[in-house]
Design a binder for this molecule. Structure first.
Ligand SMILES: *Cc1c(COP(=O)(O)O)cnc(C)c1O
Length: 305
């Protein structure tokens, strides 16, 4: 189940204002795993797919919003690795489906809708049981793909990096990716999660719990910053949009506004403020998610530079 290209490359960000600070910023190009099974969503799915196959499942069931990178990745992975897929989508069906859902359906995903009140309860045992009764036997993957089996795939990503560095940074939503990074570091170096959510009270304890469940250790070489959410999940500011456009012109790398744009914006800001001593070497993980750009076409017309 490893037919996707790895290791993904490291790319130096050539930016005078960063060089002036004596800092090196590298991008781990995990967006290059696959156009649809991209970045951290692939890393988090990988061992879930192995488990599903070992348990004899032929159907994956998971959850997400209408632009969800995880829904896109699960549908494409189901097609590639021959699982049926069911996507439970938050909210009400709309007249014009998003490109995410059209592509997921084209990849064979059965799309079902769940109203917001029910969706909030989707992880309760009663809800899980009732889906089993209605939809038959399936392998359950939580929203965002974050569970304990998400960690080993992310650890593999960390282990691909042979170069020396001081910090590794990721955008954080459900926290599974940061948990995998912290578990992979196993106390070495430092990790920073850049929360893309406005209220993130549960993010730090969630990451800590996943790490200790997986490693049976606790580590204190990581933290989460909430300074760069730009108004909250999927919200954007003009500064963020400008930054993503400029980054593409300067580095020829596409970011998106929900996750990786906020991560790089935050890192540029912190480096500019002198938060990192001279000589610090930082790796930012480009976790992919580029299919989600379709939701922001007004800001990023297809093919634009
Ligand atoms: C889902 C996602 C994240 C957040 O990962 P978590 O494991 O949920 O914290 C970061 N970047 C991209 C591109 C994503 O799609």
């Amino acid at each position: 189940m490893s037919h996707l290209p790895a290791p993904t490359p490291l790319q130096l960000i050539r930016e005078p204002s960063i060089a002036e600070r004596g800092v090196e910023l590298w991008l781990k190009r995990d967006d290059l795993t696959h156009p649809e099974i991209q970045g951290n969503k692939w890393r988090k799915l990988r061992y879930n797919l192995v488990e599903a196959r070992e348990e004899g499942h032929d159907t994956l069931l998971t959850f997400g919003g209408v632009y969800s990178n995880h829904i896109a990745a699960t549908a494409a992975a189901g097609r590639q690795f021959e699982f049926k897929t069911i996507g439970i989508i938050r909210g009400e069906p709309t007249d014009t489906p998003t490109e995410t859902l059209l592509t997921a359906a084209r990849n064979g995903m059965r799309i079902l809708w769940m109203d917001r009140a029910q969706y909030r309860m989707k992880d309760d045992p009663d809800s899980i049981e009732s889906l089993r009764v209605q939809l038959g036997r399936h392998y359950y993957i939580p929203e965002g793909g974050t569970n304990l089996l998400a960690l080993p795939g992310v650890i593999e990503m960390v282990n691909e990096i042979k170069e020396d560095y001081d910090y590794i940074c990721t955008a954080s939503g459900t926290g599974g990716t940061l948990a995998g990074i912290v578990a992979g570091l196993y106390g070495r170096r430092k990790a920073i999660g850049f929360s893309v959510l406005k209220g993130q009270d549960t993010l730090t304890p969630t990451v800590a719990q996943l790490v200790s469940d997986y490693t049976e250790q606790q580590f204190d070489n990581w933290h989460i910053t909430s300074d760069y959410h730009h108004g909250g999940y999927a919200r954007v500011t003009p500064e963020l949009i400008d930054f993503i456009r400029q980054f593409k012109r300067d580095q020829l790398v596409q970011l998106e506004p929900v996750y990786t744009g906020k991560l790089l914006y935050g890192l540029y800001d912190m480096i500019g403020k002198g938060d990192f001593p001279r000589g610090t070497k930082i790796i930012a993980v480009h976790t992919g998610g580029l299919q989600g750009l379709a939701g922001y076409r007004e800001y990023f017309p297809a093919g634009s530079i």
